[in-house]
Design a protein around this ligand. Structure first.
Ligand SMILES: *Cc1c(COP(=O)(O)O)cnc(C)c1O
Length: 221
């Protein structure tokens, strides 16, 4: 008998591993991003102590306030920006984050390319796709993806893959499958998809990065 999972982190890891096994995937191919937005350092430390090394934040300012001190203590922690990025914050984002999941428009390509050049630091980016075609949502339109990708590549931005947040309240699987198809069609291997409510579905459909917040930290503050 396996011993029962005791912490939320162990539980999420076990669910990812079980899904990988069922999908005939290697669990090392799925990166768990622990989304710590709204949670203070005291809530983050126990996860670091349990070995979690990849974290996600959705706001530059909040991350700037929380993470420099933690990263001084834990040099191998990786920090991902998962939320919308304003062009005027591109330089700060490039300085702080190891990966950006929200590249979604030409003006941001330009701002990030300039920031990366000035800083001498290449930060891998996922292109966020508005996979459900929702007017109020961030992400580039599916029809605009090839042009945006070409611009990013032209600007020497390392494009890691595609990211999406499917529409709320309906089955996400078709949207994850569509994102996987778009990535394959465009020669991209990274797929940032799946959150607390649907990361197993996302892993079944090829997610390489799942962004999990409340299942690890509880309700947002
Ligand atoms: C907050 C957030 C998540 C995590 O959401 P949970 O449902 O708490 O797991 C994932 N992705 C993005 C872009 C987010 O803003």
């Amino acid at each position: 008998m396996e011993s029962p999972a005791t912490t939320p982190l162990e539980d999420v890891r076990a669910r990812i591993a079980a899904t990988c096994k069922y999908a005939r995937r290697a669990s090392e191919d799925v990166t768990l991003i622990a989304v710590s937005k709204t949670h203070p350092a005291e809530a983050i430390l126990p996860l670091i102590e349990q070995g979690q090394r990849v974290f996600g934040e959705n706001r530059v300012q909040e991350a700037q306030a929380k993470w420099p001190a933690l990263r001084e203590r834990y040099l191998d922690v990786e920090l991902h920006l998962i939320g919308q990025l304003q062009s005027n914050k591109a330089a700060e984002a490039v300085a702080l984050f190891d990966c950006i999941h929200s590249l979604d428009r030409p003006s941001l390509v330009a701002a990030l390319a300039r920031a990366m050049e000035q800083r001498g630091r290449q930060v891998p980016c996922f292109i966020q796709v508005n996979i459900g075609g929702e007017p109020q949502k961030a992400g580039c339109a599916i029809a605009d993806l090839p042009a945006l990708l070409a611009e990013a590549r032209q600007a020497d931005i390392p494009v890691a893959g595609l990211m999406c947040i499917p529409p709320a309240g309906i089955e996400p699987a078709p949207f994850f499958a569509l994102l996987a198809k778009l990535a394959a069609d465009n020669g991209l291997s990274g797929l940032s998809m799946g959150m607390s409510g649907d990361f197993e579905t996302a892993v079944m459909l090829g997610a390489t990065h799942v962004r999990v917040g409340s299942a690890l930290f509880g309700e947002r503050l």
